[in-house]
Design a protein around this ligand. Structure first.
Ligand SMILES: [Zn+2]
Length: 51
């Protein structure tokens, strides 16, 4: 299965720690986790970790 559905694809979110990220496109700061983090504001994956 290679289906990439979106943010709902990850089920094991509960036990993982969230990290803080900043979107390089719109400057939004948010918490995210996993390998693929996207900005919740503009859906960009052009983000950097703040930690
Ligand atoms: Zn953004």
């Amino acid at each position: 299965m290679c289906t990439v559905g979106g943010p709902m694809g990850d089920i094991k979110l509960k036990k993982l720690k969230t990290k803080r990220y900043r979107c390089l496109d719109c400057g939004n700061e948010f918490k995210g986790l996993g390998k693929r983090v996207i900005c919740p504001s503009c859906q960009s994956d052009n983000v950097e970790s703040l930690e």
